[in-house]
Design a protein around this ligand. Structure first.
Ligand SMILES: Cc1cc2nc3c(=O)[nH]c(=O)nc-3n(C[C@H](O)[C@H](O)[C@H](O)COP(=O)(O)O)c2cc1C
Length: 281
């Protein structure tokens, strides 16, 4: 099968998913001598657009796992704004070294139900947005090299396929349809309830550059007074990660206890996982 268009699409508030999507797309683009198009749907304005794909297109799509599933506020974009029309895809998730639970199986399921044929799927262990000691610094050089190697192997499979319909449905780890969202826990094992928590601003440190308002994945921070977050907060940590003055944090006790629980119990380094489709008999 000929590929004529390569698109890297990602939701990536703290940048890990973006790095991996681009690494895989570039590895294939280089081998095929094609440019890479990107659809960065991290910010709300970008999620107003809809995209059509076709038989000669390859979509590389990545999202982070939130509470063991795909981020629920972003799911409608994946379900409604990307139309496969039999395009081949590579579906992957990033997770912060706890577990990807049903995040990857949910993405593969959604891709199959929106007209894509996933040729491969992957789950990458990447630095946890809350608990930054977990998978700290990942994706690192070795992870990116592994991702590129996987992409090149997939390209081989795609080249040896006449039509995307020849690719058998992909079986990945996780439930289909996905199970309930993971419920965060505190250090004492009780549920950590921080749904309503919002970032707080250290006004001594804040230089009022407006970065936090610009990068907020929900467009919820007031650009005029960035200490105010009138909209919904999904705790994606974009404002904290991108603030050049380190002026933002979450100080909610249950959030902090959950972070400590994660950093205590999920330190063991996880391996990246890969799945490649087989051909229908
Ligand atoms: C709201 C939220 C929920 C998360 N839930 C999980 C989870 O259930 N399991 C896990 O291992 N990591 C979890 N993570 C960690 C992210 O999946 C991880 O940090 C990922 O690398 C973020 O991707 P990004 O850098 O592209 O934003 C969560 C992060 C956030 C912000």
């Amino acid at each position: 099968m000929e590929i004529r268009r390569i698109v890297a699409a990602y939701f990536s508030p703290t940048g890990n998913t973006e790095q991996l999507a681009k690494a895989m797309a570039q590895a294939i683009a280089q081998a095929e001598d094609l440019p890479v198009e990107t659809i960065d749907f991290t910010r709300p304005q970008a999620r107003d657009n809809a995209y059509e794909f076709g038989r000669e297109d390859l979509l590389i799509i990545g999202l982070p796992v939130y509470a063991g599933r795909l981020p629920n506020k972003i799911l409608p974009f994946v379900q409604e704004n990307l139309k496969g029309n039999a395009a081949v895809s590579v579906a992957f998730v990033c997770y912060g070294n706890r577990s990807f639970d049903d995040g990857l199986s949910e993405l593969v399921y959604e891709q199959e139900h929106t007209g894509f044929r996933p040729a491969g799927a992957a789950a990458f262990a990447t630095q946890h947005a809350f608990a930054t000691e977990l998978a700290h610094g990942r994706p690192d050089e070795a992870d990116l090299a592994e991702a590129k190697q996987f992409a090149v192997e997939l390209l081989e499979l795609i080249r040896n396929t006449e039509d995307s319909a020849e690719l058998a449905p992909l079986q990945v780890e996780g439930n289909t349809p996905p199970g309930p969202y993971y419920r965060p826990k505190r250090m004492d094992g009780e549920p950590a309830v921080f749904l309503k928590a919002k970032p707080v601003t250290d006004t001594e440190k804040c230089i009022q550059c407006g970065t936090c308002a610009r990068v907020c994945s929900m467009g919820s921070i007031d650009p005029v007074d960035v200490t105010q977050t009138p909209g919904i907060c999904i705790k994606c940590q974009a404002c904290i990660t991108h603030c050049p003055a380190e002026a933002k944090c979450f100080d909610h006790p249950d959030f902090l206890s959950h972070k400590e629980m994660l950093e205590t119990n999920f330190r063991e380094e996880k391996k990246n996982r890969f799945w490649i489709a087989t051909l229908c008999k």
